[in-house]
Design a protein around this ligand. Sequence first.
Ligand code: SAJ
Length: 406
Amino acid sequence: MINVIGLGYIGLPTALMLAKSGYKVIGTDYNVDLIKKLNSGILSFEEKGLTDLFTISLKKGISFTTQYQKTNIYIIAVPTPFLNLSKKLDPSFVINAVNSVLDVCLPNSIIIIESTISPGSIDKYIRPIINARNLTIGKDIHLVHAPERIIPGNMIFELENNSRTIGADNIEIASLVKNIYQSFCKSEIVLTDIRSAEMSKVVENTFRDVNIAFANELAKICRADNMDVYEIIKIANKHPRVKILQPGPGVGGHCISVDPWFLVGDYPDLTNLILTARKINDSMPIHVLSRISEIMKIHNIKDVSKVGLYGLTYKENVDDTRESPTLQLLHQLEKNLSFGIKVYDPFIKSKIVENQFFSFDKFLKDIEILVIMVAHDEIKSKTDSLSGLLILDTKNILNDKKVYKL
Ligand code: SAJ
């Protein structure tokens, strides 16, 4: 039996996948409400294909509880936030989970950590707590780091089709764990040591952050001298070895905007490029604000409540608002004592910010400037209803020459 600890964006789909593949799976989470919901057949978040997977897994006998189970295989997928001041990883959830596992596990257990951790975390935080219990790593307990790579919005497909990495202290345990993941993962599974697994995960997200920062810096340069950044990127990308990403209102989500900080926090003297990239991406919501202010000036609009932000999530067609550029922008406005800007997102059904609308039509009626922060399919299909509005399109989804861009 596999006990999956932490039933969030990663743990839940992974647990369901394993159950569908025939493993006996019990999911554990300390959130009582979540467990109640899951046990009554209600999902905690929306994701393409998740409902079907949930139905199949329930039939296969998956169950959910707040209790850690007595077994010999654990997958830990709890959050690893970063500490705002030091920019270092907060390992407390992982440490607590490992401690709770150690309280109940059978001898010779495998603990697989899926949560993203900064390189060296297993050596620094996890091995010591096992040693402190007089347990021998490699005999009583086996440690594995198997970071995930799935992207919200396409999680189920990517769980089955992405290549993945398994880091372990020895090849026998790595192969054993590979067999488990092979029950649903059709792609290559690379076996390595734990530190390389930790580092490669953080490096992947940092690579993307740095590359998005390049696109965002280009957007600023082009704005300063009135060039069309999208045209320039389109042309540059015709070069066989150039693949510039798209600029946007900022970088959100719980991965790309967080993981690079682990490297900055641990290697402050060595992370010039990575830190600069982080700063560029974090500055994009302020860039959007100055664009809004320019448009207000051009059109002599003085009242910020005439401005509406479309989209609260960190990217299109998901309901996840963690670290979203819109929330970052609202935070900046609040810091400058500016209130009243309107907000709407079709995926956010409960009130999480001030002046939030739940009807697209009502939202549009109330504003003069529409700022597209997220390219949800909804707005792409409703471009006809936008006539008469001034538009700042930070996602470059509209073709109209009159529309303002980043
Ligand atoms: N973004 C841009 N320009 C782009 C691409 C993205 O501004 O050209 C923005 C998005 O709007 C969003 C943010 O970047 O705000 C991140 O979005 P994303 O879709 O690129 O990635 P995430 O954060 O949803 O998922 C990432 C993925 N990592 C990589 O692509 C290297 C995913 O594979 C990981 O599993 C996930 O992080 C994770 O959990 O680490």
